[in-house]
Design a protein around this ligand. Structure first.
Ligand code: PGA
Length: 267
């Protein structure tokens, strides 16, 4: 059993719990074990989900656990964090097709169980409001799984002068479009300029937040998220306001926390 080590740097009594693992695969496996356990204990779990390169190992391990342990998923409801604007669900670069490939297909989730922002909506504002209502109608998110951008973004809540509270339309930063080029045949110019994303307020209303980060390029954002001031320049810093956040890291992503008390957990 993994024992969390606290590395709280937050104000107002909030606490971000950091757990560091030797490798990214170990961190992803630990997270998958916890999520699988929650699904087993609460079959009607409402689960918020991320996309990106980092969660691939998490989804692989989660699929393995669900299959190996025969965990029923027919009561599960999922909400993904974000989707590119102007991209249909069927297009290979869409986050919807990523999720079909990495999770929904392999564990057999039915279309009625998964919730997604519609990238080809003719009315983005209305679509964002629909999403907020859908989350509320399910009683809110029980567990929100997150990644973090090297620029400190959460979902597509990009650094800037202000943050939107609720699900909204967002203009992607150049570094975010570059980071997503892999899903569009390596062509940055093919990555949409806009997306729809849950807002930080929507995310912070989840009962439990778990964040997975790996690689040296995430170390600065991770350090600012856990110990930095609350600032719209690092949207992830607002996670310090939540009372139940677990951050699972590989050693590289934890590199800038190490000298300040984050500890390695060998499990
Ligand atoms: P990544 O994306 O795992 O591909 O680095 C994470 C994120 O942007 O949230």
């Amino acid at each position: 059993m993994l024992r969390p080590r606290s590395a709280g740097g937050a104000t107002g009594g909030a606490l971000v719990t950091v757990r560091t693992f030797d490798t990214a695969v170990e961190a992803a496996a630990a997270l998958a074990g916890e999520v699988a356990c929650r699904i087993r204990e609460h079959p009607a779990l409402v689960l918020g989900l991320p996309t990106g390169r980092t969660p691939v190992a998490f989804y692989r391990a989660l699929v393995r656990s669900i299959r190996r342990e025969g965990i029923p998923v027919s009561g599960l409801t999922t909400f993904n964090l974000d989707e590119f604007l102007g991209i249909s669900a069927e297009q290979p670069g869409s986050y919807r097709s990523y999720m079909e490939h990495h999770l929904f297909g392999p564990i057999g989730l039915q279309p009625g169980q998964v919730n997604f922002l519609e990238g080809t909506t003719p009315d983005p504002r209305c679509e964002c409001e629909r999403y907020e209502r859908a989350i509320a109608a399910c009683g809110g998110l029980d567990v929100q799984v997150l990644g973090i951008g090297a620029n400190g973004h959460i979902g597509f809540n990009e650094p800037g002068e202000w943050l939107a509270l609720r699900t909204h339309r967002v203009t992607l930063r150049p570094e975010t479009r570059r980071a997503n080029a892999g899903s569009f045949g390596g062509r940055v110019d093919a990555v949409p300029h806009e997306a729809l994303s849950m807002g930080l307020g929507t995310i912070l209303q989840a009962r439990k937040i778990v964040l997975l980060a790996a690689g040296r390029e995430k170390a600065r954002a991770v350090s600012l998220m856990v110990r930095g001031p609350l600032t719209t320049a690092v949207p992830a810093s607002f996670l310090q306001l939540h009372s139940d956040v677990d951050v699972l890291l590989d050693r590289a992503a934890a590199a800038l926390l190490a000298d300040r008390g984050a500890e390695r957990d060998r499990g």
